[in-house]
Design a protein. Structure first.
Length: 727
């Protein structure tokens, strides 16, 4: 479809809602999809349809009727609790008088157009009996087919009301069967997928960890309709809650065989009090829907993320050398000077100083002490960070630093100075996670403290160019001294406090690159990526494991946001490790000074190559071609938007006899009419090129026949670059 016409049609439809005599119909449209809401005779707002756009907009008013069933209220667009719906609610309220019923009726709606791609539909609902108003928001990114949906609840009653549940969104889908792909994990085992058919009843994906909310299970998921979707086939919805704390996603196959998805903040231990005239705005639930498979859905999500969500999603990223695995806590100024020289020698953009640089009374020499005392350790760094930044600048390398500002060790000055800032139960024994506790970000004084840690680092060291923001503990014994009797607000106010700090940091330092880290991938979500340029997928940098972890993350997050470091984990050759780390934002965490000369030269050349191909990886479309869960190999292709350049990564993931790619790998996303020259790149010196090196094929050939990377035990990692040639 002509994209201008498509946008014009969408906007015209959005601005002229279709009103039938007894019902209001609100079609919320993107380039390929429609969410159709309509009112029933009583003015309740129901979902009539969710799926591919219809050719004739005049058909939208009747979509609900086609699915009509015995209990329409099951299709509520935002199910209220305690009145006529007995299904899992999206919203539950205890009113000022103690009554717990809620009924929501349509009042009005409107659509504003932000630009020729983004529009916002707001729908106001009110309880006819109680003075509670709910507004539903649908922000549509038309070209990307992405919707962000959230709600706002206003208390117009004379006394306090309590929000017992307050979801962001309540979707309704209809199909013969529903297939959920969800993830679980733990430290070094992030993003382990499981795919199952949803049965009747409710499946809940949630977390109660407070911080690093997705350590055991992230808030991303996908649901396929009728059969599990493949890369290029099938109907699939990707969803995620944009929230860095406790989330909850209920997936209910109801008595009418409809799938109801209710997603938002977890209401576990979190009834939220609203005073008169107070408003509660939920975070967004973001989703995209594709009828052409998982690959398409992921590419839509990536485009949206780069253009609208991740900080500097179309900008640059810095390659780096991190010192964590070379030194852990055991370094001094001389060691770091050596590593900075190493960074220069390697040819990376930045040196990243990790944990261990702070704390004096309680020096941070291991992970038992020092968190909270953010002054340079005088014996390790007598001349401070400043001297290191200067040293790096002289070497033409930028300097970045690790912080974990939300945390405190009981062995720290901060802990003794501000016991009231620490999250812990006053009368219970403390329980630690990695020997540390969490600071109470619900408290504005703590927010100021955390903000000032970062701000002073930048003020004292104007050359500071990068932050790694870590978060290594969950919240046990949740209790905020500051919140006094309002303890049930803690989990929500913690995350809001965190976002408040990050808002202030971003207001002053809008584009400084910041990595979202959490002892591995325990903290990546689109709420946090609103403030960060990249995330740390896992402490597990064994490249074989990373192929699988990065594969799953790649459905939801674009490669530009994936910080991948070459380390000494695993048993793969250096080339393999570098190739895997290139599929994202490349970094190193190895003792450069100990590299044999040939390896160092190889790394230097790899960085040069990476600088040439990174635009395709960061901004291109990703195609997952050979699935490592099913075959001996993994193949992942990145193609730039003009289809003139592509990079294909291939890896052996099975070490059994004769394992390898038995068939050619068919490429995707190329221009069938153009000719592509293939070059095998990033070869270790002396390793012969494979049979495809130098060959020229048409895009048509490459997509129908494919090419043979010759992946086997002696060529366990093969990178092929493709460029169009004239003619
Ligand atoms: C976490 C991070 C690591 C490193 C250590 C430092 O575990 O994931 O990369 O920064 O903390 O203590």
């Amino acid at each position: 479809m002509n994209s201008y016409l498509c946008r014009a049609t969408i906007i015209a439809l959005l601005l002229s809602p279709l009103a039938a005599a007894t019902q209001t119909t609100i079609p919320i449209l993107s380039a390929h999809n429609a969410v159709v809401l309509h009112t029933d005779a009583a003015g309740r707002l129901l979902t009539g349809y969710m799926g591919e756009r219809l050719a004739d907009a005049k058909d939208y008013p009747q979509t609900g009727a086609s699915y009509r069933n015995s209990d329409d209220i099951l299709s509520s667009a935002y199910t209220p609790a305690g009145s006529t719906s007995l299904a899992e609610p999206a919203i539950a309220i205890t009113h000022a008088d103690g009554n717990r019923s809620l009924d929501l009726r349509y009042v009005s709606h409107s659509t504003s157009v932000e630009n020729n791609n983004v529009s916002l539909t707001t729908i106001t609902l009110k309880d006819p009996v109680y003075a509670v108003e709910v507004t539903l928001f649908y922000k549509v990114y038309a070209d990307e087919d992405v919707v962000e949906q959230w709600s706002r609840i206003v208390n117009h009653e004379k006394g306090n009301i309590v929000l017992d549940k307050y979801a962001s969104a309540n979707l309704c889908l209809r199909a013969g069967s529903y297939w959920l792909r969800q993830y679980h994990g733990d430290w070094a085992k992030e993003m382990q997928p499981e795919e199952t058919r949803l049965t009747h009843g409710i499946k809940t994906i949630d977390t109660k960890l407070g911080t690093r909310a997705d350590l055991f299970g992230p808030s991303v998921f996908m649901v396929s309709l009728d059969k599990p979707a493949c890369e290029d086939e099938g109907t699939v919805l990707y969803g995620s809650v944009e929230w860095s704390g406790n989330f909850r996603i209920d997936l209910e196959v109801d008595p009418n065989d409809q799938l109801r998805i209710i997603a938002g903040i977890n209401n576990y231990a979190s009834p939220y009090v609203l005073s008169p005239n107070e408003t509660f705005t939920t975070p967004a639930f973001v989703y995209t829907f594709s009828s052409t498979g998982k690959g398409d859905a992921s590419r839509r999500m990536h485009r949206w993320a780069r253009d609208y969500k991740i900080v500097d999603g179309r900008g640059n990223r810095l390659t780096l050398l991190n010192n964590w695995e070379s030194t852990y806590f055991g370094f001094n100024e001389d060691t770091l000077r050596g590593l900075i020289k190493g960074a220069k020698n390697l040819g990376v953009d930045l040196f990243l100083l990790d944990d261990g640089w702070f704390g004096n009374k309680y020096p941070r020499n291991d992970d038992h002490a020092g968190l909270g005392d953010w002054q340079e350790n005088r014996s390790k760094l007598p001349n401070g960070i400043k001297a290191l930044v200067k040293e790096a600048q002289q070497d033409g390398v930028k300097f970045g630093i690790w912080v974990e500002p939300e945390m405190v060790n009981p062995r720290s000055e901060l802990y003794f100075r501000h016991p009231d800032w620490v999250v812990k139960q006053p009368a219970r024994e403390e329980k630690y996670f990695r020997n540390q506790l969490v600071l109470d970000l619900a408290n504005p004084a703590v927010q100021d403290f955390v903000y000032n840690i970062i701000d002073s680092l930048f003020i004292k060291n104007p050359g500071l160019a990068y932050l790694k923001w870590d978060c290594n503990a969950v919240i046990y014994n949740a209790y905020s001294t500051y919140l006094k009797a309002r303890q049930s607000q803690f989990y929500v106010d913690y995350v809001r406090g965190l976002y408040h700090v990050l808002d202030r940091i971003r207001a002053k330092y809008p584009t400084v690159p910041m990595m979202l880290c959490s002892g591995g991938g325990g903290r990546v979500d689109y709420g946090a990526l609103n403030y960060f340029t990249e995330y740390w997928p896992s402490d597990n940098t064994d490249p074989l494991e990373r192929i699988f972890i990065q594969w799953e993350y790649s459905y939801f997050y674009p490669a530009i946001a994936s910080a991948n470091h070459v380390t000494n984990w695993g048993h793969q050759p250096l080339k393999f490790r570098i190739d895997v780390a290139m599929m994202g934002k490349l970094g190193f965490d190895i003792p450069v000074g100990k590299l044999p000369a040939a390896d160092l030269a190889y790394c230097q050349d790899a960085l040069k190559l990476y600088n040439a191909i990174k635009p395709v990886i960061w901004q291109g479309d990703v195609f997952r071609l050979t699935d490592p869960y099913k075959y001996d190999c993994a193949s992942i292709l990145y193609v730039d938007s003009t289809r003139s350049s592509a990079v294909l990564f291939n890896y052996l993931v099975n070490n059994r006899y004769d394992a390898g790619n038995k068939l050619p790998v068919k490429l995707k996303g190329l221009d069938p009419a153009r000719q592509y020259r293939v070059q095998e790149v990033n070869r270790y010196p002396g390793a012969p090129a494979g049979r495809e090196d130098g060959k020229v094929y048409s895009g048509d050939y490459l997509m129908k026949i494919g090419l043979d990377p010759q992946v086997h035990a002696d060529r366990s990692s093969v990178v092929l670059q493709l460029k169009t040639i004239p003619g």
